[in-house]
Design a protein around this ligand. Structure first.
Ligand code: XIL
Length: 365
């Protein structure tokens, strides 16, 4: 595998321009090690979201997951519609496959996600809409779901995205079945129930567009402060990191993470990808590489930033083209599993000495 990876890296680099020459010298060394080896030396986890169908059907996909990453997140199969397709009936089979794969490959698992407004089963959304599920029912259903799922994976998940995407851009509570029926009480409840089911798992809030300081991330800052003051067992905040080269890089990401760190919270980059309006040219790929390494550098600069997870690693299976019209090419590898400049940039950033920390000195949890 090592030789193969070096060979493909070389091929990819041959296709780049003079611009990349400076980077090539460093990366020649960096690429002798996998991302997971480099990350280990930095005391950080490097993760990817995993498409379990691709993991089963595409051996090239599976070998990159195993070789390059030491943390995995289920891209879809731990979500409500998959896990509880009918009331009180649970299907953990696809997620179990991933958890077993991770154990075989000495990888940690990030659990994603217990409570969200998307990918809910029809019985739940329909029941709330037609009134057959009351507020009290919904609270019980949420309790049962969280307890069943967290208990099932107890001891096998190091971080859970307990609550996903609950705030609007202006910092107010997002309109959803949860907020409509339960106000904002469901957030504290979800964390308490998850903690009861697995006291050792680290429990996270997770959202997008909170990389920069602003209304939304300020509201998260206030929310976690309030929850902690109330004794709610919340351990961390996940910055999804879905970026787009059309917009400025969130250059205050490290500053922003630092204020959460100062509250005593862990942080993670949980879903990094950097989309490009298609077709992507050389300059776009260079900008993309810089955005990836910028996000990773912010995490490395933050004492308790525990992991950097990409939302898929190959353009072959990205969610981006199906969601953002005319955009794509968002990942570290292209559709043929050739590493892109972004891969090199991530490897180089991991290989750099972390200021104030020994090269092997990872004191992260
Ligand atoms: C996405 C998956 O990648 C897609 O396959 C699925 O169709 C929709 O969800 N924020 C999240 C993730 O927290 O769960 C989303 O994943 C991407 C945005």
């Amino acid at each position: 595998m090592k030789l193969g990876r070096r060979a493909t890296t070389t091929l990819a680099l041959l296709g780049t321009t003079v611009l990349m020459t400076a980077v090539q010298t460093v990366s020649a060394q960096a690429h002798d090690a996998s991302l997971r080896d480099l990350a280990k030396q930095r005391g950080i986890r490097i993760g990817t979201a995993v498409n379990v169908d691709a993991l089963a059907d595409d051996s090239q996909y599976a070998s990159v997951v195993g070789d390059q990453f030491n943390s995995v997140t289920a891209e879809n199969v731990m979500k409500w519609e998959t896990v509880e397709p009918s009331p009180g009936t649970f299907d953990f089979a696809p997620a179990d496959t991933l958890v077993r794969y991770a154990a075989r490959h000495h990888q940690e698992v990030r659990g994603h996600t217990l409570l969200w407004h998307n990918q809910l089963p029809g019985w739940l959304t329909d029941g709330v809409a037609d009134g057959s599920i009351t507020a009290d029912d919904l609270r019980d259903i949420l309790h049962r779901h969280i307890t069943a799922e967290v208990s099932h994976f107890k001891g096998k998940i190091y971080q859970w995205d307990v609550v996903n995407e609950v705030l609007n851009e202006d910092g107010t509570l997002r309109d959803s079945i949860w907020s409509q029926k339960l106000g904002d009480s469901f957030i504290a409840d979800a964390f308490r129930w998850a903690h009861q089911a697995d006291p050792h798992a680290k429990l996270f809030l997770n959202d997008y567009n909170i990389e920069s300081k602003g209304a939304k991330s300020d509201a998260y800052y206030d929310l976690v402060k309030r929850l902690r003051a109330q004794g709610v067992p919340i351990d961390g905040v996940g910055f999804q990191g879905h970026l787009d080269i059309q917009y400025d890089f969130p250059s205050d990401l490290a500053d922003n993470m630092a204020r959460f760190d100062a509250l005593g919270l862990a942080t993670s980059v949980t879903e990094a990808d950097v989309r490009i309006p298609l077709p992507a040219d050389e300059a776009d790929l260079t900008r993309q590489a810089s955005d990836y390494s910028g996000m990773l550098a912010a995490c490395l600069a933050t004492e308790h930033c525990t992991s950097f997870t990409v939302w898929g690693f190959t353009d072959a299976y990205s969610w981006v083209p199906g969601t953002f019209e005319g955009e794509g090419a968002a990942n570290l590898y292209d559709e043929s599993y050739q590493p892109k400049p972004a891969y090199t940039a991530v490897a180089d950033t991991l290989a750099k000495q972390r200021p104030g920390h020994g090269h092997h000195g990872g004191h992260r949890h």
